[in-house]
Ligand binder design. Structure first.
Ligand code: TRP
Length: 355
């Protein structure tokens, strides 16, 4: 099999300055997910599912950010297994690995190399202000390591390595995107236009799915209560049970409004799975009880997750296909990463590599 760079459709970075960041005439999109915890329905409906629609318009890089994961202590075998599961899930969700560069962060050495340089352009005070660092430091008081502190700089390296134009991220990562922009602008001010300044992706935003147990909180893969989240690999019985137990209220009417966060969340899940609008759903359930709504929600969720799980099971059998995608995409990512990295190394004064 040919490597991606041996094929005719070889990607190019245009040398033209205005188009510097265009790959194959498209803007670059980068996003990443951690393989820690079990991915939830929220991750799928809020992110993955929507990414699938972007690959025609953007040159997409999707990374399994395993280097970020070790800022918190991990069991090695579990991390490796989960990273592979996430890689598989990206593809099962519909991201074609021949069109989208799906790769493991740890396979591309440029991330760590650029991070070191960017560390030298990032201030302690800036990193001290990161709310995620404060939260995680509080949560892992016995292991406040330097990696946890410089986590945002690695994220900046991820994004800037590929001359990224847009980054689809949740609100919780906005502060990290801001610091990425600040670091890039600081560097550009000293050395000229080296980095593209990335923007948060504001397109069709995915549904924000809340916890089933506390609908004021986002559904999270790190929630301690397993009933709060529907995991992508949950079987139908588990899904039905979790939805049945979802917290609602004592209003007894099915309306789509902030005063009824539990019901609103169920309607959001229902709509995101079925493609219906909240107005239609409210009409459909008018005069009916919460039990009916929950039955319908569980059915819709099962009808979305069952085929997804089927595709995962199928892909798991195609080991050599997955392995070749992992290899090709790591090479592809490394190729583009190195273009930026060499430029940056030259700018800061590292000696040229003799050929
Ligand atoms: N920190 C992100 C998260 O936990 C994951 C991530 C790492 C990321 N690098 C990224 C997201 C670059 C977007 C772009 O959600």
């Amino acid at each position: 099999m040919l490597n991606w760079y041996q094929t005719e459709k070889r990607l190019t970075i245009s040398g033209n300055k205005e188009e510097q960041n265009m790959l194959n005439g498209k803007k670059v999109l980068f996003s990443g997910m951690q393989a820690t915890g079990n991915l939830t329905l929220g991750n799928y409906l809020g992110a993955l599912k929507n990414w699938v629609t972007l690959s025609d318009e953007y040159e997409c890089f999707y990374s399994v950010v395993d280097m970020h994961s070790i800022t918190v202590r991990q069991d090695p075998a579990t991390l490796r297994k989960r990273a592979r599961a996430l890689y598989t899930l990206y593809i099962a969700a519909g991201l074609d690995p021949e069109k989208n560069c799906i790769y493991y962060q740890s396979h591309v050495s440029g991330h760590a190399e650029l991070m070191w340089i960017l560390n030298c352009f990032t201030y302690m005070g800036e990193l001290n202000r990161m709310t995620q660092f404060k939260d995680k430091a509080a949560k892992h008081a016995d292991n406040i390591n330097a990696g946890l502190f410089t986590y945002p700089v690695l994220m900046a390296a991820d994004i800037l390595l590929y001359q990224t134009d847009v980054v689809p991220v949740g609100i919780d990562q906005m502060q990290h995107l801001e610091i990425t922009r600040d670091i890039a602008e600081r560097f550009n001010n000293i050395y000229g236009d080296v980095f593209t300044i990335p923007e948060a992706f504001v397109g069709k935003v995915g549904a924000k799915i809340m916890s089933l147990q506390d609908p004021e909180k986002k559904m999270s893969k790190s929630d301690e209560n397993p009933n709060a989240s529907i995991y992508l690999m949950d079987d139908p019985d588990t899904i039905v049970r979790k939805v049945k137990r979802a917290v609602t209220d004592s209003e007894g009417v099915i309306l789509y409004r902030d005063e009824q966060p539990g019901v609103k969340n169920l309607l959001n899940i229902y709509c995101a799975c079925s493609g219906k609008t909240p107005e239609d759903a409210v009409k459909e359930f008018g005069g009916r009880g919460y039990g009916d709504l929950k039955t319908a929600v569980a059915e819709e969720v099962v009808s979305v997750l069952k085929p997804l799980q089927g595709r995962v099971a199928q892909l798991e059998k195609e080991k050599s296909y997955l392995d070749s995608m992992i290899k090709n995409n790591a090479e592809k990512a490394q190729y583009f990463a190195n273009k930026t990295l060499r430029k940056v190394q030259k700018k800061v004064g590292f000696p040229e590599r003799p050929r």
